[in-house]
Design a protein around this ligand. Sequence first.
Ligand SMILES: [Mg+2]
Length: 230
Amino acid sequence: MPVTKAVLFDLFETLISEYAGGVRKASRSNKGNAERLGLSHDVYRREWGAAHEKRMTGQFADYFAVMRHLLKGQQVKVDDRVVKELYEERVLEKKAAFQGIDPEVIELLRRLKQEGVKLGLVSNCTEEEVHAWPDCGLAPYFDEVLFSYQAGFAKPDRSIYNLACDRLGVKAEECVFIGDGGSDELNGATRAGMKAYHAVWYLPLEMRDKITGHPKLERPLQAMEEIRRS
Ligand SMILES: [Mg+2]
């Protein structure tokens, strides 16, 4: 069994959460977004969803390009003011997730660093979702940060895990991946040759058992025991 030289973490719902006590931290609901853009809610949701892969892999220059594409496809005139407002609201909404980080998460990162384990972040995200990253309490612990929109690949594509390993200078089998399981990231990590753990500490009960086949970590520090054992 190879010694664990690096741990890769997912960001949303693993290190940080958009929810506290089952309620979204961001006070504003984005229900009215479609109407403000001049679209029906269903069309907006469908088109936003259809653009997902391209958004995550940086195939749009930015949020504004996504919106121009989306509105043009529906023959709706772009209102730059509304798009700018929505962008700024989205930045704030995502910033809220960086508040109230579980102190045990920070403690886990601190202990891993202390033991000489390298840390990598592998997050499927777009530019406007991670404005708060550089100034958050987690950033100083990480040796490498891979945001999918910059990397050009998104989980579960093997390429993003490989890229993380290359940047950290480790082999996949020396890496452990920890995530809440969104984007099929745990199976992706396993296919890339890593041991994957299912982080459930932020997940509501009904979500925890939707993913099977990967050992669960009930609390962040449980990862230390698992890694020591490997
Ligand atoms: Mg996640």
